[in-house]
Design a protein around this ligand. Structure first.
Ligand code: AMP
Length: 135
C-alpha cells in the first residue's frame, strides 16, 4: 500500500530491500533532489556536486550495491539505465557535442554511494578518461 502521497503510484508496488541508501530515499522522495526523470524502474536526478554543466545520476529504483551484485535478472534494468542516459543526453542537448557515462565500482573505482548509478556528464570537453595518478 502506498501511504506516502509523494511516491508516484507507479512505484507503490515496488518492494525495497531492508538495506537502505541515500539514493533509495531520493527515489521514494523522502529527501529532496532535483529529479529530472522517474518511472517504474529508474530515477534520474542532478548530482549535488556537479563536475560539469550537465551531471546527472541515473539509478535503479531497486537497491543494488555495486555492479558486482548485478544478476542476469537485472539485464533489462541495466539496458534501461543506459537508454535513460541516451534520452537525457538528448534532452540536455549534449548528445551531439558528446558526453561520458560511467559507473564507479568499490574503493579503487571511487564509489561512494553503494547503490549502483550511472553518471551522465557533459556540457564541456571532458579530457582524458582517467588521470594517470601518482603511482
Ligand atoms: P560515486 O562516487 O559514483 O558513488 O558517486 C556518488 C555521487 O553522488 C557523487 O557524485 C555525489 O556528489 C553524489 N551525491 C551524493 N549525495 C547526493 C544527493 N543527496 N543528491 C545528489 N547527488 C548526491
Amino acid at each position: 500500500m502506498n501511504d506516502n502521497p509523494a511516491i508516484p503510484q507507479s512505484l507503490s508496488g515496488t518492494t525495497y530491500p531492508s538495506a537502505d541508501t541515500i539514493f533509495a530515499k531520493i527515489v521514494r522522495r523522502e529527501i529532496p533532489a532535483k529529479i529530472v526523470y522517474q518511472d517504474e524502474f529508474v530515477t534520474a536526478f542532478h548530482d549535488i556536486n556537479p563536475v560539469a554543466p550537465v551531471h546527472l545520476l541515473i539509478v535503479p529504483n531497486k537497491i543494488i550495491p555495486t555492479l558486482n551484485d548485478v544478476s542476469p535478472d537485472d539485464e533489462q534494468l541495466l539496458g534501461k539505465l543506459l537508454l535513460t542516459a541516451q534520452h537525457l543526453a538528448k534532452e540536455y542537448g549534449i548528445d551531439k557535442t558528446g558526453y561520458r557515462v560511467l559507473m564507479n565500482v568499490n574503493n579503487d573505482g571511487g564509489q561512494v554511494v553503494y547503490h549502483i548509478h550511472l553518471h551522465l556528464i557533459g556540457g564541456r570537453a571532458l579530457g582524458r578518461m582517467v588521470s594517470r595518478g601518482e603511482s
